[in-house]
Each structure stands twice: as structure tokens, then as C-alpha cells.
Design a protein around this ligand. Structure first.
Ligand SMILES: *Cc1c(COP(=O)(O)O)cnc(C)c1O
Length: 453
């Protein structure tokens, strides 16, 4: 289809680029730069999520026309191996047939009703079956909504205000959790961004990751990424998560696991199964929507039933339990057998070892931590030793930026930020991983030259 809104579309070039009567791929019809310039006139910074703007690594983003499996193709027709995978949301790879079929089958029945549906019931059941701490599940539209609802619920249930959070953990764009933090000491929150009033974070306490804080009876909840995946990938040290459980129990506080990344990524039971610690409330997002917008919280029945309409803690959402998102989520969970997780673990180890060897051989200093199926990259003197945010902050961001640009030039798309995870999924076959490793060697050499030259 000729998209007359995107000049210079022209029927011949569109046909040559592979457009069909129903799908304008955009490929070959405009440059990334033209497209992004136009986006910037319509959308602040040209993006709908700030990291996408490449501010941390320099340059301007590729504008995506389509994606399939392990690859992503921009509007110029350039195809990259994709290690972003929608920040982990598309664990099956892009346009997986199971997702495409499920969404296609669902869409003809309408896209949102404002009434209960069978599929939202099934997805809630599927989560409960796989994650025993989630005796009840409420669906919503993003991980951000999940964490903000979890905080409200914990405060409502306990009648306390204070929330304890860990420096370097990320919980989305939730006001109460957007606190500045990161020094080695516990601090009462100061806003981490303009627009968050002091009052919104005055009861948020920031403490260092991987140390069990001493709590008191003012604390409503501790919220934690059970594997930190937004400051690189940082495993909990032995005793950290179980220590949080015990300390919360001691003072009557609730333990909230933010499993928006780790949920259905580390395995069917998430981090709580891997480390055998049972939180009171769990936040999900990303994987459970199969790449469509979703979030959810699950938890103990007596806590969850304090949500409206049963209890006094308000929650609502026009599109919550969305028919398409639940169709995609069910299809995704249906594919994710234990065998698949075993395979993804092997692939993460394989890619990490290959990229590490390639970097070592070229003299590029980096480590590639692996926790189950999750993988990260740490550049510079922080490599190999990150346990908390102070460690992570020693990451050489300039080195990552040079490596990122060199990888992109070689045809590998990584996340445009030095603290993001590397997402290996069902789409990354061994051939793809080997190709990425080969490109890593070239990119590491280029990055070393750029950094020393
Ligand atoms: C991505 C993420 C969120 C926010 O989810 P959105 O769907 O982007 O709002 C929250 N917590 C963690 C740990 C995340 O990685």
C-alpha cells in the first residue's frame, strides 16, 4: 500500500521493497534520518520511551519497519540481529507464528469490551498455576501500572506509608519509586526526576542492593528486583532474598518482587522459584503479554482481595485484561515449556562465553554475567565485580557506546544504554548466536581503535 503520509513513497519503490496491499513496510521509501526528523516534530524527542532516542550512546535510532524472529529491519531495508527483543517482551522472537495466529484469531471478535472475558480468566489461571504465590492475579496494561498498584495495595493493606527500594533497581515510571539513590548508605528519597514532588517520595527509602536492610514497623513494603536486570544483570547474593523475607516478616511488612523482567523469563516460576523465596505480591509485565501491552500483579488471596471491588484499595483500567494482549500472553506461556527454558539457558551461556572470548582476544575489557536465561554486559573496570549500584556505576559508558556503535555497524542491534540486559530468546538459533559472536570480534577491535585513536 502506498502510504501517502510518508513521502517520498512511490508505487514502484514500495513494490520493490516488499510492500503488499495490506502492509506498508516503509522499507526503501525513506531514510531513518528523514523518518526520525519527522517523528521529532510530532513526538517529544521522536520517541515514546526515552531510552530509544540513543542519548546514552550518541547518534540517532534506526526506525523499525518490521521484525521477524531474531532480526529487525529498518525503514531503509537494513536488517540487524536484534538483542533488544522489546526489552525482553518478545521472548519467542519477533512475529512468532503462535503469537501472530492467536492475535489474528482474536482480533475479529473485537478488541476491548469493558466486561469480563474468558481469556483474561485463563491468563490469570495460567499465572497462578505456574507461580504458586499468586493465588489471585489482577491484569493491567504495563509494568509501571503493576508496580504503582502494588505499592498502593501494600500501603492500603498495612496502613503504613514507607516503601523500601534498592538503588539501581528500576520499577518503571511510578512516581513513588522514581527516587534518586545509589550511594552506599540508606537515604530517604529525593525525587529522581523533575515533576515528582518531594511528598511523593518522602516515604520511599533507598538502600543498597544485596544487603538486607534493618526495617521497622513503619515499613509497608520492600520492593525488589529479585535479579537486578536494569543495572546490568546482577544476581542476588546467597541469603539476600531469604533475608528480605525474614526481615519483612519480623516487622509485618510485605515483600514485593518486581518480576516484570524475570517473570516467565528465568523459568515458569520466575526468580521466586529459582531462589525459593515466596513474596507477598509479584509484579509482572513484558513476557506475559507476548509483546502486547500488559502488566499484572499477583499475590496472597487475602492481600489481593483488598483490591476494589472487594476491598478498599482502588484499581481500574479501561483496557485491563485486553482481549488481544491476553490472547498473545496465553500463546506465549503455552510455548514456554521447561525444555524451552533449558535451551534458552544454554544459549545465554553460549553467547556470553562467545562474546567474552571475542572481547578478550581483541583487548576490549568487558564481562558478560549470566543468571539463568538472562545475560548482561559490563564494560570497563566494573567488569566481573558488580553486586550493587555503586559497582555498576563504575561501568565505562564511553566504552559501551563505542562497542554499541561498532556492533550496529556490523548489523547487531543492542540496547542503547550500558545498563540494559541482553535478551536471548527462542528466535536466537545457534547459527544466529555464532554470527553475533563473529561480529563481536570485529566490533570489539573497532571499539578499541575508536577508544584509543
Ligand atoms: C520494564 C520494567 C518495568 C516497567 O514496565 P513497563 O511495562 O515498561 O511500564 C518495571 N519493572 C522492571 C523490573 C522492568 O524491567
Amino acid at each position: 500500500m502506498v502510504d501517502t503520509l510518508i513521502p517520498p513513497c512511490d508505487a514502484t519503490r514500495c513494490a520493490a521493497a516488499g510492500c503488499t496491499p495490506t502492509v506498508c513496510v516503509g522499507a526503501g521509501v525513506a531514510s531513518n534520518a528523514e523518518m526520525f526528523d519527522r517523528s521529532k516534530r510530532a513526538i517529544p524527542g521522536g520517541v515514546n520511551s526515552s531510552i530509544r532516542a540513543f542519548k546514552a550512546v550518541g547518534g540517532e535510532p534506526y526506525v523499525v519497519a518490521r521484525a521477524n524472529g531474531a532480526t529487525i529491519t529498518d525503514v531503509e531495508g537494513t536488517t540487524y540481529f536484534d538483542l533488544v527483543q522489546s526489552y525482553g517482551a518478545v521472548i519467542l522472537g519477533h512475529a512468532h507464528p503462535a503469537i501472530t495466529q492467536a492475535v489474528t484469531a482474536a482480533v475479529g471478535d473485537g478488541t476491548s469490551y469493558g466486561a469480563p472475558t474468558p481469556r483474561e480468566m485463563k491468563l490469570a489461571e495460567a499465572i497462578s498455576e505456574r507461580v504458586p504465590s499468586c493465588e489471585r492475579v489482577r491484569l493491567m496494561n504495563s509494568g509501571t501500572e503493576a508496580t504503582s498498584t502494588a505499592v498502593r495495595l501494600a500501603r492500603g493493606v498495612t496502613g503504613r506509608d514507607r516503601i523500601v527500594t534498592f538503588a539501581g533497581n528500576f520499577h518503571g515510571a511510578t512516581d513513588a519509586l522514581l527516587v534518586a539513590g545509589g550511594s552506599g548508605v540508606a537515604t530517604l528519597g529525593l525525587p529522581g526526576t523533575a515533576g515528582v514532588p518531594n511528598g511523593a517520595v518522602a516515604e520511599t527509602m533507598v538502600v543498597p542492593y544485596n544487603i538486607v536492610p534493618e526495617l521497622d514497623d513503619q515499613v509497608a513494603a520492600v520492593i525488589v528486583e529479585p535479579v537486578a536486570a536494569n543495572m546490568g544483570v546482577v544476581a542476588p547474593v546467597p541469603g539476600f532474598l531469604s533475608g528480605l523475607r525474614a526481615e519483612c516478616d519480623r516487622v509485618g511488612a510485605l515483600l514485593i518482587f518486581d518480576e516484570v523482567i524475570t517473570g516467565f523469563r528465568l523459568g515458569s516460576g520466575g526468580a521466586q522459584a529459582k531462589y525459593d523465596v515466596r513474596p507477598d505480591i509479584t509484579c509482572f509485565g513484558k513476557v506475559i503479554g507476548g509483546g502486547l501491552p500488559i502488566g499484572s500483579i499477583g499475590g496472597r488471596a487475602d492481600i489481593m482481595e483488598r483490591l476494589s471491588p472487594l476491598g478498599p484499595v482502588f484499581h481500574a483500567g479501561t483496557l485491563s485484561g485486553n482481549p488481544l494482549a491476553t490472547a498473545a500472553g496465553l500463546a506465549a506461556l503455552g510455548q514456554l515449556t521447561d525444555d524451552v527454558y533449558m535451551e534458552l539457558m544454554a544459549r545465554a551461556r553460549h553467547l556470553a562465553a562467545g562474546m567474552r572470548d571475542a572481547c578478550v582476544s581483541e583487548g576490549f575489557v568487558a564481562s558478560f554475567p549470566v543468571v539463568g536465561t538472562l545475560m548482561g554486559m559490563v564494560c570497563g573496570s566494573a567488569a566481573g565485580s558488580v553486586q550493587n549500584f555503586d559497582d555498576a556505576k563504575r561501568t565505562d559508558e564511553a566504552a559501551y557506546a563505542a562497542f554499541f556503535q561498532a556492533m550496529l555497524a556490523e548489523g547487531v542491534a543492542m540496547a542503547p544504554g550500558a545498563y540494559e540486559a541482553i535478551f536471548v530468546g527462542v528466535g536466537h538459533t545457534d547459527d544466529v548466536l555464532d554470527a553475533i559472536v563473529a561480529k563481536t570480534a570485529v566490533a570489539a577491535r573497532t571499539a578499541v581503535a575508536a577508544l584509543t585513536g
